[in-house]
Ligand binder design. Structure first.
Ligand code: COA
Length: 190
C-alpha cells in the first residue's frame, strides 16, 4: 500500500559529506552560504537574505514532514555547507529533487555525489517510477549536474519566473527508474 512506504534514512554518508536532518543550530552555517546572492540567483528566494531569514529557513526544514518532504543538511567538516531535498508525491509515484551548495565548494562534484546518493536511496527504497527536477534555463551549473545524473530534459517553460528583476525560462528534467541503474553502474565503473 502507498501509505506503507518506508521513510528514507535521515542520515546518508557519502564519500565527502554527511547528509543529516537540519537543526535550528544550523542557522549561522546556512546564513554563511545563503547570504551570497549568487547562491540564490536562480532560486525563488527573496533577496537580500538576512540572518533572521536563516532562522526561518532552518525552522521550516526542521518542521518539514519527512514522509512528504525529506530534507538533508549537507555537513562537511562539522559545518553545514548546503542541502538536498526530496518532495515525495506518493499518489503519482514521483519525487522532485532540489539542492543548494555554498559557492566556495562549487565545481568539485560534491553536489553530484550528494544528489546521486539521495536518488539511489529513493529508487532503492520507494516504489517511485520517476524523479524530477526544475531549474532556470540560465542555471548552467545545475543543468550540467542534472545531465551528469542522467536526467533527460522534458520541458521548457518560457518566461515562467520573475526573480530579482529578471524574466526567466524554466527547464524541467526527469529520470526514470529504468534509466538510473544503467546510468549509475556506468558512472561508478569509470
Ligand atoms: C547547482 C549547484 C548545486 C552545482 O554545484 P557544483 O558544485 O557546481 O556541481 P558539480 O561540480 O557537481 O557540477 C557542476 C558542473 O557544471 C559545470 N559548469 C560550471 N560552470 C559552467 C558553465 N558556465 N557552463 C557549463 N557548465 C558549467 C562544471 O564544470 C560541472 O561539470 P563537470 O563536473 O562535468 O565539470 C551549485 O551551483 C549551487 O548550489 N547553485 C546555487 C543553488 C542552485 O541554483 N540550486 C539549484 C536550483 S535548481
Amino acid at each position: 500500500m502507498i501509505e506503507d512506504w518506508p521513510p528514507l534514512p535521515e542520515c546518508i554518508q557519502t564519500a565527502r559529506c554527511l547528509l543529516r536532518p537540519f537543526s535550528t543550530a544550523d542557522a549561522d552555517d546556512v546564513f554563511a552560504y545563503r547570504r551570497d546572492a549568487e547562491v540564490l540567483r536562480n532560486m525563488q528566494v527573496a533577496l537580500p537574505f538576512r540572518r533572521e531569514d536563516a532562522d526561518v529557513f532552518v525552522a521550516t526544514q526542521v518542521l518539514s514532514d519527512w514522509h512528504e518532504r525529506c530534507v538533508w543538511a549537507m555537513e562537511q567538516d562539522g559545518r553545514v555547507v548546503g542541502g538536498v531535498s526530496l518532495r515525495i508525491a506518493r499518489g503519482k509515484r514521483r519525487a522532485e529533487v532540489g539542492y543548494e551548495l555554498a559557492r566556495w565548494l562549487w565545481g568539485g562534484g560534491l553536489m553530484t555525489e550528494a544528489v546521486s546518493a539521495v536518488i539511489d536511496e529513493a529508487f532503492r527504497r520507494l516504489p517511485i517510477i520517476k524523479i524530477t527536477a526544475t531549474a532556470t534555463a540560465a542555471n548552467v551549473r545545475s543543468i550540467r549536474l542534472l545531465k551528469k545524473l542522467g536526467m533527460q530534459r522534458e520541458a521548457l517553460l518560457r518566461q515562467h519566473w520573475v526573480h530579482g528583476g529578471r524574466v526567466l525560462d524554466e527547464v524541467r528534467y526527469g529520470l526514470l527508474r529504468d534509466e538510473w541503474q544503467p546510468h549509475a553502474a556506468a558512472r561508478f565503473e569509470q
